[in-house]
Design a protein around this ligand. Structure first.
Ligand code: SAH
Length: 223
């Protein structure tokens, strides 16, 4: 279904994803309509496929961004606090910020400074994006995402946009009670999406969902 969703405009892409069942929720549709993917993807912005953004990173395919939002949706309410690890282009950080408006905050973390700068620059291309940066509703930080971002913890939701080699306990520790983590994790030569729920008593449950292909969550390149 993924490739069939490509469009010639942002709204065309989103409408096709809705038609193909890749976006089910009305608020996610609205949020994705409000964020022009062309501000974040350097080419073929309205294709339903990942695109290179430099530094061995990619902007994920729109259907993966939609899937991440659908799985985190119960925790992306107005006012929620969210951590987006491996923020790359900044696209999903912006979409999540739209979902948690008003009063929500999103911290985007990437370990490559030029990508932190790129995400800010990309968000600055729209009036709405500039507003989110200026109000502090969104900030981008250079850090090793495997450790989360304890300074602003705990979070209602944590999204990880790169495949972790192991289940990082630090990330689970930084969830609210309740809270939810969406993370690709490597198992052998495969990667799988895990949804990790922490309930109101602090009990953690990991659910393995489906196979994926993400850029790995690694050590920062030597600069
Ligand atoms: N959600 C982003 C995905 C970018 S690709 C988007 O759709 O644009 C994955 C990102 O994870 C890359 O930008 C890469 O630099 C980042 N990354 C990899 N290892 C990391 C680490 N240890 N800490 C923080 N970011 C990391």
């Amino acid at each position: 279904m993924a490739w069939r969703s490509s469009g010639t405009s942002n709204s065309g892409l989103i409408e096709n994803m809705v038609r193909n069942g890749l976006i089910k929720d009305e608020n996610i549709k609205k949020a994705m309509l409000n964020v022009d993917r062309a501000h974040y993807a350097p080419c073929m912005a309205y294709e339903d496929s990942p695109q290179p953004i430099g530094h061995s990173a990619t902007i994920s395919a729109p259907h993966m961004h939609a899937s991440a939002c659908e799985h985190l949706l119960d925790f992306l309410n107005p006012g929620a606090k969210v951590l987006d690890i491996g923020s790359g282009s900044g696209y999903l950080t912006h979409v999540i910020a739209e979902l948690v408006k008003p009063d929500g905050t999103v911290v985007g973390v990437d370990h490559i400074q030029p990508l932190v700068d790129l995400a800010e620059k990309n968000m600055g291309k729209s009036k709405e994006g500039r507003g989110l940066l200026e109000s502090g509703a969104v900030k981008f930080i250079k850090a090793d995402g495997r450790k989360g971002w304890p300074a602003d913890a705990p979070y209602d939701a944590i999204h990880v946009g790169a495949a972790a080699a192991v289940h990082h306990k630090e990330l689970e520790d930084q969830l609210k009670t309740p809270g939810r983590l969406f993370v690709p994790v490597e198992e052998g030569y495969q990667q799988y999406i895990f949804v990790v729920d922490k309930d109101e008593n602090g009990k953690v449950e990991r659910k393995k969902l489906f196979g994926v292909q993400y850029v790995p969550l690694t050590d920062a390149p030597a600069s």
